[in-house]
Design a protein around this ligand. Sequence first.
Ligand code: SF4
Length: 353
Amino acid sequence: MKTVNYDNLAENSIKELPLDKETALSILTSKDIELISLINATFKVRKEYFGKTISIHIINNIQNGYCPEDCKYCAQSKDSSADIDQYTMKSDEDIVKEAKAAYEKGAFRYCMVSSGITPNPDRIEHIANVIRKIKSLYNIEVCISAGILDKEKLSILKDAGADRINHNINTSESLYPNICTTHKYSDRLRTISLAKEIGLQVCSGIIIGMGETAEDIIEMALTLNKMRVESIPVNFFIPIEGTRIKYISLLDPEYCLRVLCLFRLLNPKADIRIAAGRELHLREMEVLSFYIANSLFLDGYLNTKGSKNNKTYQMIIDAGFTLNSDFSLDELIKDEPQFLKDHSEEFSNTIKK
Ligand code: SF4
């Protein structure tokens, strides 16, 4: 392996110069690239564009389940027998109430996700009205994930005030047929291109841990770079009983951090978000991800719980990062006595023989 100059790695990324394939592969696979030096180089890039701020995103499945698609990893797919609550769209009142709750938990962005491959025109108008209501009430960015969309539907959402749309690529193009057969990778890329064409910001994420190779991961990072997406949630696969991807194994936290570094170095200006599975796969190394990513999901994921919010707030405080929110972290940790109690029960009890 050729020697890596960590300063050059950071400077070239900041200047958005290409990263050669050999170095990209080494970042993921070679212990000759020291993790801590790699994180330090990546931190310089993160700091250049995002300082030491963290943006919280809170996700709300406004419609859950009943999906006719066959995405193997998804608990809402027609082929899944996962034990989840299924419902058609929540009431406007509930969605707006949940937007308020997200705002008050320090969220910079509220992400509404509707299952299914594409909403009909009435549904799009309905979602657009909900977006208008939320934007008129709270100082919060809004992102909507509503499947495959044409230019007209995207324009309606944009005109209603959507700040971003989400449409995940999930994995690499070559692996996609193993993950989903009811729609094509190109359908997903088209929605992203159309959104960019009409001037909407795009969030497009990936899932690590579904049998992809290091080459697949590099391909995903380069695809998102080429499409100039503004936001990349990096999910680490959470096995849900009843979905068609069986439990593979726990991912190695160091590997997860290397993946995050690669996404940051190849997409220096994008919001890199630690997303689903951060607790399960990064484990005790999670705090190191703050030096790479500038954003995280709080309050759980679509069909699985995350860590307690106070634990995440405390981790941000302890690591010396600040929140991109109308609320301070001190204001957000309201039930500190309970937080301390949980911890003292775990760590401070005397040992009795
Ligand atoms: S990922 Fe989306 S399209 Fe695929 S099965 Fe789940 S809800 Fe349906």
